[in-house]
Design a protein around this ligand. Structure first.
Ligand code: PLP
Length: 468
């Protein structure tokens, strides 16, 4: 075992791959302790690779939080946010659906045994070959927001079930998506008529307020506009039956608004415009909500430069040390550029650290001068071989990282509290019992149908365990 007790090794079968998960009793182990232990393990073997502690228990608790706070809304996890297999399989085993943006994302979810009807192909401008693949795989639900896309779908997948994406962005969101996607209301109404002329099957409306929403009232506005589209469709004789509330739900500990503030806007707006019993299925595409807080990234200092006194004399406020670590802006830290992520470095207890803090700059491993994580940060004086870590590194980190300069992505180390992992561990219990009482059917579907997505993977997992 990589960890000393009290962590145990268990298996999560993700598709054909068996992943090791270290489970622990939260009464005597924490994520910080897992970080310390994996550092000790790496040091004992002379390994200096960066690694992520992936807390699958955190993902599982987010599933419960969503179902507790928004019980009428079925989440479809946006896998672009973090396509890690262990995370995907955990969510699949918890009965969550998936928002896929491409053929490859669809394939990776299907490989885990998820049924095609638990997938929304949420991209409004799809390559032809990806539409054909979706049709072959029976992934029916997809989005559109422009007329040429409708003609493409008519030719390639006329039986698709379509969600019309309207533009309803929060202008203050960190990542604006409205500049690229979504039809304004007049255009949306025109598109409905075109789809009707083409005899296409529009079944609902979707929107995305922008990623890292800063103004939760944007959701209430978007829901009201969606109602307008539903009402307009009715005047055309079309009966819409799905509303997709997109993503943007906060998931970091430090996001500008917290999930409860979003819930406080979304719930009353839904109750007003789409009350229980109205016959409309409510879904959403949260990404960062599920994963942002689940990953803790640990970096090793691989090189160090001391800024000489003469050089420093020009800028006494500037860094005294330059540290080079084994992940950077071409890797996990791409989130600083794309997501405006603010980093917070933590230093685990290690031998040989100075007590006083010194100004230092931190650099990624590539040969590019742009690969700077921070130009100025106060840290104890550190040496080659010392470790740093950062929490909240689960969203838009590994998904958009590159292998630039040949530097490998961090190793994934899965951990979970025992009682959390018990909910996704392969078991002979009936499928409906897997997600616990909090997962009571909230969308009118019988529970067995909701969890059937996992059947294939669980059967395989069962076979795998018997073979051990
Ligand atoms: N759905 C779509 C179509 C998206 O483009 C995105 C993110 O870009 C998401 C969902 C997930 O957004 P978030 O991670 O902010 O919840």
């Amino acid at each position: 075992c990589m960890f000393t007790s009290p962590l145990a090794q268990e298996t999560l079968l993700a598709g054909e791959v068996a992943l090791t998960v270290h489970t622990f009793d939260p009464a005597n182990t924490s994520i910080e302790r897992c970080v310390d232990q994996y550092i000790q393990y790496s040091d004992s073997l002379g390994i200096d690779d960066a690694f992520n502690i992936v807390d699958l228990g955190d993902v599982i608790r987010k599933c419960h939080l969503w179902r507790e706070k928004l019980p009428r809304v079925e989440p479809f996890y946006a896998i672009k946010c973090n396509p890690d297999m262990g995370i995907l399989q955990t969510l699949a085993n918890m009965g969550i659906g998936f928002d896929c943006a491409s053929k490859e994302e669809i394939a990776s979810v299907l490989r885990l045994g998820v049924c095609p009807d638990r997938i929304v192909f949420a991209h409004t401008c799809k390559p032809k070959s990806h539409i054909i693949y979706a049709a072959q795989q029976q992934v029916k639900l997809t989005t559109f927001d422009n007329e040429p896309e409708l003609h493409k779908i008519k030719r390639l997948y006329p039986a698709a079930q379509l969600l019309l994406r309207i533009r309803a962005d929060d202008p203050m969101a960190v990542v604006n998506l409205g500049c690229k996607f979504g039809a304004h209301l007049p255009e949306a109404k025109r598109l409905l008529a075109i789809a009707q002329d083409l005899a296409l099957n529009v079944i609902g409306v979707s929107f995305h307020v922008g990623s890292v929403c800063a103004n939760p009232a944007a959701y209430a506005q978007a829901i009201a506009w969606s109602r307008e589209v539903f009402d307009h469709a009715e005047t055309l004789g079309m009966k819409l039956k799905v509303l997709d509330l997109g993503g943007g739900y906060p998931g970091h500990k430090g996001d500008p608004i917290n999930f409860q503030q979003v819930v406080d806007e979304v719930k009353p707006a839904l109750d007003k415009h789409f009350p229980p019993g109205c016959g409309v299925r409510l879904i959403a595409e949260p990404g960062r909500f599920f994963v942002a807080s689940a990953m803790t990234l640990c970096l090793n200092i691989t090189a160090k430069r001391v800024i000489e006194a003469e050089q420093r004399a020009l800028n006494v406020e500037g860094p005294e040390f330059m540290y080079y670590v084994n992940d950077g802006v071409y890797g996990s830290f791409n989130c600083m550029e794309k997501d405006k992520a603010v980093i917070e470095l933590k230093v685990p207890p290690q031998a040989g650290l100075s007590a006083t803090l010194h100004c230092a700059s931190l650099w990624g491993p590539t040969c590019d001068g742009l690969d700077c994580i921070t130009a100025s940060y106060y840290l104890p004086q550190m040496d080659i071989g010392h470790w740093l870590y950062l929490e909240d590194m689960g969203a838009y980190t590994n998904s958009a990282s590159s292998g630039f300069n040949g530097f490998a992505r961090p190793t994934m180390v899965y951990v979970a509290a025992q009682q959390d992992f018990a909910q996704v561990r392969p078991t002979s219990k009936p499928l409906a019992a897997l997600a616990g009482p909090a997962a009571a059917s909230n969308d009118g579907l019988p529970l067995d149908e909701r969890y059937i997505v996992n059947e294939r993977s669980l059967l395989r997992a069962g076979a795998f365990l018997r073979d051990q």
